[in-house]
Design a protein around this ligand. Structure first.
Ligand code: AMP
Length: 116
């Protein structure tokens, strides 16, 4: 991540910008995507911005990645049927716009957008 500016997700963690937060623990936060592509579209985000994408996270802290998957399963049960897609856009040409690793949890009716 940038050395100078906190990511938009770090600013959500710090409550500097609002978000519809649905889950939080010491390591992870989850909130509704501002531009939903499915009936349930949550972002699951490690609080650390040390990892820009899922490849870096898997190499650097696989237990944290596993925590994100556990949170996704739990949230999909709470907010939808329990079945879900988990998407990590990795790199600009794959649609990544925020370089603070995050998972898109999609469940319910899934649209035709870039994630669907
Ligand atoms: P990506 O394109 O994979 O990097 O995903 C970034 C996601 O962050 C997009 O789906 C955006 O809609 C979402 N997003 C950006 N800003 C906010 C915000 N303030 N609150 C919630 N979601 C956001």
């Amino acid at each position: 991540m940038s050395e100078s500016e906190p990511s938009i997700f770090t600013r959500i963690v710090a409550r500097e910008i609002p978000a519809d937060i649905v889950f939080e623990n010491d390591d992870i936060i989850a909130f509704r995507d501002i531009n939903p592509q499915a009936a349930v579209h949550l972002l699951i985000v490690p609080k650390t911005e040390a990892y820009a994408n899922v490849v870096e996270l898997a190499a650097g802290d696989p237990a944290l990645l596993a925590q994100m998957v556990d949170a996704a399963a739990q949230l999909a049960t709470e907010h939808a049927s329990g079945e879900f897609r988990l998407i990590f856009n990795t790199g600009p040409s794959a649609g990544q716009t925020v370089f603070h690793v995050h998972a898109h949890l999609l469940s319910g009716s899934i649209g035709e957008g870039t994630l669907g």
